[in-house]
Design a protein around this ligand. Structure first.
Ligand code: SIN
Length: 523
């Protein structure tokens, strides 16, 4: 189907996009746009696992309750129940596909696969493939997708925007090929599975995360964006200024790892009764405060007491990576620092991934389903990808198709100079990291708004100069998303979950609920 119309067009090749493709392709042909390299995005780098009620001693209400507590009063309870209830069937589906989850070697275990624990969870309910769950799930899904006769994978195009008809419906995507030639892909239904917006920040847990491009593409068509102010910082990224970003899974704390300050003292028990297994917002904030208090660039995560055999068995990837970077984690504590990890906000969707733009859907981190509220609980993200990709596929299987617009126009576009693009992106990331990170007082948010507005004017001139290429389009989308994020943060006149503003009380008396914003807020 090289130049024709497309039936279901999926933009993004992480777990959500691949699951959706597999679940819909038996009924409708799928075109899947994914980057040529798996290193992009977040799915492949997920270490910990997938949360679901699998052990007979666990129960659905307990998982729901833990999620609501972590979400700090902002979860959509119906979305939480829906996700948690669908979890066990989604895991069965992955097991049927052959994902090599780690088995429990204890003959007395009440579930055949090993279940670990992470922050916020009151029970062991994280199924995993050692400490490289994302890679194991991705490899299995990719092999299935490659073998599927009605899934056409394209890694030669980059989506830079969406197509819209006169009735406001989404009608496919505008893309560029490697030479900068514009190629429009008209489609009956378009699904964004483009990932989150951690790339708005300087230090992240995956090497090349998305920067909210998909969120902005949806907003350009009029879609509502929700809860953008809730950007999650994972408490424990390896502190390795010379190396690539590398996550140290929360499962390390789940299996008994301790956080120590630079003087070798544990500090979490004094802050929260759940100590190292408090929800992520609490732990990241505590680490940030401890780093300030001790004027240090990191804290330590200590697993020495677990013993080398257990460390190698549970965390082979982490052990190997740290060894390559000169740290034997069985002998020395691991220097760690919080880093941008996950966007709890995104394109507002319903239970089937439908946005408020007809024929446009969003699944995975790009979407905001209401599950995470003000703070996502560990390992609920792959769960959400699975559950919502499957429910979106169920809706798409029976969707009616609208007529498509005429065939694509093809034109060649120009790119701004790479040095200018890099400098602009770096400015944006530096100020988001300095002013809109773990602690964000009013003055910093005001400054961020002013500085981003200046940067916006500079980049806008380049955008209006001609047809922007892939890198300029991505920056332009990221920059506008950064501005919307700051606008959402300034509008939230309280501290809640991941949004901690020392000038605002924790939990305003009148509950403002989730935030909603449109692109028009930048006018
Ligand atoms: C981790 O392994 O700590 C990451 C898993 C997640 O973000 O839920």
């Amino acid at each position: 189907m090289p130049h024709g119309n497309h039936d279901v067009l999926i933009i993004g090749g992480g777990v959500a996009g691949l699951v959706l493709a597999l679940e819909v392709a038996d009924r409708r042909p799928v075109t899947l746009l994914r980057p040529a390299s798996d290193d992009l995005g977040a799915s492949r780098w997920a270490q910990g696992g997938i949360a679901a009620v699998l052990s007979p001693s666990d129960d659905i209400d307990a998982h729901i309750q833990d999620t609501l507590v972590a979400g700090d009063g902002l979860c959509d309870e119906a979305a939480v129940r829906f996700t948690v209830e669908q979890g066990p069937a989604a895991i069965e589906w992955l097991l049927d596909l052959g994902v090599p989850f780690t088995r429990d070697t204890n003959p007395a275990a009440d579930y055949p696969y090993h279940l670990t624990r992470e922050g916020g969870h009151g029970a062991r309910r994280i199924i995993h493939a050692a400490d490289a769950t994302g890679r194991a799930v991705m490899d299995t899904l990719k092999a299935r997708v490659a073998a599927h006769p009605t899934i056409w994978v394209r890694d030669d195009l980059t989506a830079i925007g969406l197509l819209q008809d006169d009735a406001g419906r989404c009608r496919g995507a505008r893309c560029l090929d490697g030479k900068g030639t514009r190629v429009d892909l008209p489609a009956h239904d378009t699904v964004l599975a483009t990932g989150g917006a951690s790339g708005l920040y300087r230090h992240t847990t995956s090497p090349q995360p998305a920067s909210g491009e998909g969120m902005l593409m949806a907003a350009e068509l009029g879609a509502t964006l929700m809860n953008l102010e809730f950007q999650q910082f994972h408490p424990t990224c390896l502190h390795d200024p010379e190396g690539a970003p590398f996550l140290i899974s929360e499962a390390v704390r789940g299996e008994g790892g301790h956080l120590l300050n630079v003087h070798g003292e544990r500090f979490m028990p004094a802050i929260d009764a759940r100590a190292e297994l408090a929800p992520r917002d609490v732990v990241a904030r505590a680490i940030d405060a401890e780093m300030q208090r001790t004027a240090s660039e990191h804290v330590f995560l200590d697993v020495r007491h677990l013993g080398e055999a257990a460390i190698r068995e549970h965390f082979p990837t982490i052990h190997r990576h740290c060894a390559r970077r000169g740290i034997d984690i069985a002998e020395a504590p691991i220097p760690v620092v919080p880093a941008a990890h996950y966007s709890c906000g995104g394109v507002a969707t319903d239970r089937h991934g439908a946005t408020d733009v007809d024929h446009l859907y969003a699944v995975g981190e790009v979407a905001c389903t209401g599950l995470h509220g003000a703070n996502r609980m560990a390992s609920n993200s792959l769960l959400e990808c699975l559950v919502f990709a499957r429910s979106c596929a169920a809706a798409l299987r029976d969707a009616t198709r609208a007529p498509l617009p005429p065939r694509p126009t093809i034109s060649v576009v120009a790119e701004a100079p790479p040095a200018a693009l890099e400098a602009w992106r770096e400015r944006m990331r530096a100020l988001m990291s300095a002013r809109v990170a773990i602690v964000r007082p009013d003055s910093g948010l005001d400054q961020a708004a002013d500085e981003l507005a200046e940067l916006y004017q500079e980049v806008r001139e380049a955008v209006e100069h001609g047809q922007p290429g892939a890198r300029l389009s991505s920056l332009w989308q990221a920059l506008r998303l950064a501005r919307l994020t700051v606008a959402s943060a300034r509008a939230r006149r309280e501290s809640r979950g991941l949004h901690y503003n020392p000038d605002r009380q924790h939990h305003a008396d009148r509950h403002p609920g989730p935030s909603r914003i449109h692109l028009g807020a930048l006018d």
